[in-house]
Write a protein that binds this ligand. Structure first.
Ligand SMILES: C[S@@+](CC[C@H](N)C(=O)[O-])C[C@H]1O[C@@H](n2cnc3c(N)ncnc32)[C@H](O)[C@@H]1O
Length: 268
């Protein structure tokens, strides 16, 4: 099974769209789906190259922070091509489910899982779904994760409320997002790279016309900063919120838990 490569992509984000706040676009969800559909075939390669090989380490760190137990049921929201879901499966979670609303990203996730795990019961399962209306009962999961996805949803607060709803008491949420390094020199260098170099090289590599890699830095600079994101988690009902900056703070893992129950793992 080989994922299909889009023959061409069309512009999703114009320079005028990105001069303003892309999160305020009325049709943001449709644009996001078209954009990820256009770049799916080069998404993993661009991640590895443009994070200088760090992106998988960031995902593994997020998984370690959750202290996965062999009885844990994990939901990876906005799973894309499945790298974070795979990291949870490799850490020994009992069950991992990835959901995303872009079919092209899920197709790649399914192909990767089938190649990596011969036994179907060991690999993550993937479902086409909107994280703003998760198709799961209350208190279904022990862990909910979202890697570089919260910034892309139209209503991050609603997504967090959904995560809270599908988590059991004592369950954990982990969020990975880009951030600005605290050191001013590194902050300038990181902005130079993200805003002026990466958009050119990543666009070329993906032969992209959607504007995905110009949207990326703009969507980061116009999204909630570390304090605002932690406040959103609190507002959604998460407690014991911790932030773990990685690689000079260009990426931050946010961990929170649902009050009640046991803090890690579930005794059955
Ligand atoms: C930057 S990718 C992240 C993929 C993956 N989590 C990772 O670690 O690489 C963001 C993903 O969010 C998905 N997404 C955005 N809004 C969504 C929504 N409302 N419901 C489901 N998926 C959504 C996109 O389709 C895309 O695959």
């Amino acid at each position: 099974m080989t994922p299909t490569r889009p023959s061409s992509s069309q512009q999703v984000w114009s320079a005028a769209d990105l001069a303003g706040d892309p999160h305020k676009a009325a049709d943001k969800d449709q644009r996001i789906r078209r954009m990820f559909g256009a770049i799916a075939h080069r998404y993993d390669l661009n991640n590895r190259l443009h994070s200088f090989g760090r992106d998988q380490a960031w995902r593994r760190r997020a998984v370690r922070l959750c202290r996965v137990q062999p009885t844990d049921r994990v939901l990876d929201a906005a799973c894309g091509t499945g790298d974070l879901a795979e990291a949870f499966a490799a850490a020994g979670a009992q069950e991992v489910c990835g959901v995303d609303f872009t079919a092209e990203m899920l197709e790649i996730a399914r192909c990767k899982a089938a190649r990596r795990w011969t036994r179907a019961d060991q690999r993550p399962r993937y479902e086409l779904a909107d994280v703003l209306a998760l198709p799961f009962e209350d208190a279904t999961f022990d862990i909910v994760s979202i890697g570089f996805g919260l910034r892309n949803v139209t209503d991050p607060r609603q997504a967090l409320r959904e995560f809270r709803r599908v988590l059991r008491p004592g369950g954990r949420v982990v969020i990975l997002e880009f951030s600005d390094p605290a050191n001013p020199v590194l902050r300038v260098l990181n902005r130079l790279y993200c805003e002026h170099i990466m958009p050119i090289t990543a666009t070329l590599l993906a032969a992209d016309r959607s504007g995905a890699y110009r949207y990326l830095p703009r969507s980061v600079s116009t999204f909630a900063d570390r304090n605002a994101l932690a406040a959103m988690m609190e507002e959604a009902g998460f407690r014991s919120i911790r932030r773990s900056p990685m690689t000079f703070g260009v990426c931050v893992a946010y961990l929170g838990s649902v009050p009640g129950g046991l803090s890690a793992g579930r005794v059955r």
